[in-house]
Unconditional design. Structure first.
Length: 252
């Protein structure tokens, strides 16, 4: 083999090592962090999916076709009841198989894993619900918003706790706090630690994709506002998310 070929092989091996280390670091961070702290939603701040539906009808409709929408059924299943009894209640189940909420939240029917499970609770004092749709005043539409106001609004929303679609890392971490179970008490009941076939990128590009913000008739491959504002395409989005494609070796 030529010197150039040997160097290329060494470079490939080095790249694989870097990727493996990166995957391990992300997984380790998720597992050592407090599972309860990362996934607990303040039920008093949850607005409910019907609140989001008023402006996001297409996204809402797409959500109703997903496993997330029906996930509450796992709580009342025979396995779910067994785990809940052994654990001491269903509150822990609600965090990942539903959306904790109060009677003030606006939902229609049973409550599955909904908008605020993924993007964080939006209401309450200092919440991001009103902030994220304020483009500079009631008379302003999204396309009228100035670049400076957009930047200020995005910063304000993140400070208020919103997990925005273009923040691939925050989204990935939030996903894995449920898709990798780190609660030892829950695991001791016989609950599975996760699914070995869970791969974030195909999941985000598949069943849970709901990128209708720019065009309510087209479910774009990548967050449509991100693409419109920054020009980031689907391939680039996948590369951004690649470090979070943690194939955890878990029981299926």
């Amino acid at each position: 083999m030529s010197a150039a070929g040997q160097q290329q092989n060494r470079s490939r091996v080095a790249l694989r090592i870097v990727l493996v280390i990166g995957h391990c670091l992300v997984t380790t961070e998720l597992l050592v962090s407090s599972h309860a702290a990362d996934t607990t939603i303040d039920a008093t701040r949850v607005k409910g999916a019907e609140s989001c539906r008023k402006c996001h009808e297409a996204e809402y409709t797409a959500w109703t076709q997903t496993t997330h929408f029906r996930n509450h059924e796992r709580i009342s299943s025979s396995a779910g009841q067994k785990y809940a009894k052994a654990y001491g209640g269903t509150d822990v189940c609600m965090t990942c198989h539903s959306t904790p909420h109060t009677s003030a939240a606006q939902f229609s029917g049973e409550v599955g894993v909904s908008c605020e499970s993924c993007h964080s609770a939006a209401g309450g004092d200092g919440g991001w619900f009103d902030l994220h749709s304020d483009y500079g005043g009631k008379e302003f539409k999204r396309e009228d918003e100035s670049a400076s106001h957009l930047q200020e609004r995005q910063v304000a929303c993140e400070k208020a706790g919103m997990i925005r679609s273009e923040n691939a890392y925050a989204l990935a971490k939030n996903c894995y706090t449920c898709h990798i179970v780190a609660d030892e008490k829950l695991l001791s009941t016989g609950h599975k630690p996760g699914h070995s076939d869970f791969d974030l990128i195909p999941w985000m590009q598949g069943e849970v994709r709901h990128n209708f913000q720019v065009d309510q008739k087209t479910n774009a491959d990548s967050p449509s506002l991100l693409t419109a504002r920054s020009g980031i395409k689907t391939a680039q989005r996948k590369r951004l998310g690649h470090p979070h494609r943690v194939h955890a070796h878990l029981e299926p």
